[in-house]
Write a new protein. Structure first.
Length: 297
């Protein structure tokens, strides 16, 4: 089967690389190796195009896909592709792809310093700053690489970025199933402490295969008092603190564990995770009540 050819302009820019990536991932549903990418001068007339070929971010004698011209500004090809093909995108990803297309569009129509000149709300500006960092990587690739190498390298960044967004969504789905308490018990699910902190969680008890541990999320609880609660539970169960497959205490009291992903163990702890969770929940409730009473006095 003959490969499809996609044309774009030489000296590839952000709009062109994102348009190529979008067309491959969401429209053609092909990998880069399954198509031929051909670079042409910006004023190329489309000669040599065959039926079924695509020309992105290049006029190509009227056969290419360019951004719309509105209010004396040429908008991005990427935004045009998004608007015409958004139904091809999984619903879970539409919001982030839309935001990415908005960033590229504003960058294409207003220039690199558009963040300074446009009125952008807080949430959108936060997303745009993330994209700005991503595209700094793109400009770095352009320094010492030809156009095709830039595409290869940056496609990996874009795909990793989207995969991270998918991962984040799954994390938030897990968080929705966690109760409203200040201590959380996670079972073979990696939920970063930063996400839990944003949900008001103070301590995470985790079970990960044979690993069992406590992450003290709230810095105010990283002290001898909290450690003493955990120590009593560990030692009364018959486990010990020490090296090897024993309990470890992080010097800053952030992590107290018997096994982690960076230092896994091969046997089960004698500590009951549910009991550990319940005792720490009671401890945190007591500390919060004490703090409330002191504040109210």
């Amino acid at each position: 089967m003959e490969k499809k050819t996609i044309f774009t302009h030489c000296n590839i820019d952000i709009d062109a690389v994102c348009s190529l990536w979008f067309a491959l991932r969401f429209i053609l549903k092909k990998n880069l190796e399954e198509v031929d990418i051909v670079f042409k001068p910006a004023n190329w007339d489309g000669e040599g195009m065959s039926e079924g070929d695509l020309a992105l971010d290049i006029y190509a004698g009227g056969r290419g896909i360019k951004g719309e011209f509105r209010k004396n500004r040429t908008h991005s090809c990427f935004k045009t592709l998004y608007k015409k093909n958004y139904e091809e995108i999984d619903e879970d990803l539409r919001k982030i792809i839309y935001s990415l297309s908005e960033f590229v569009d504003k960058h294409d129509s207003h220039g690199q310093n558009f963040l300074r000149s446009l009125k952008i709300n807080g949430n959108e500006k936060s997303e745009f700053l993330t994209f700005k960092g991503l595209f700094q990587v793109f400009w770095g690739y352009k320094i010492n690489n030809d156009d095709f190498s830039v595409i290869q390298k940056f496609f990996e960044n874009l795909n990793n970025f989207i995969d991270l967004e998918i991962r984040k969504k799954k994390i938030f789905e897990n968080l929705e199933r966690i109760d409203s308490g200040k201590v959380v018990l996670t079972m073979n699910t990696e939920i970063p402490s930063g996400f839990l902190s944003a949900q008001g969680k103070k301590i995470k008890v985790y079970v990960d295969d044979y690993n069992l541990g406590v992450v003290i999320i709230d810095p105010n609880l990283r002290n001898e008092e909290t450690l003493s609660v955990i120590r009593k539970i560990v030692e009364r169960s018959g486990d010990v603190f020490g090296y090897g497959e024993n309990w470890f205490i992080d010097p800053g009291y952030r992590l107290i564990c018997r096994g982690s992903r960076s230092n896994p163990v091969s046997t089960l702890s004698k500590v009951d995770p549910q009991f550990l969770f319940e005792r720490l929940s009671a401890f945190v409730e007591k500390k919060e009540l004490e703090a409330y009473l002191i504040k109210s006095a």
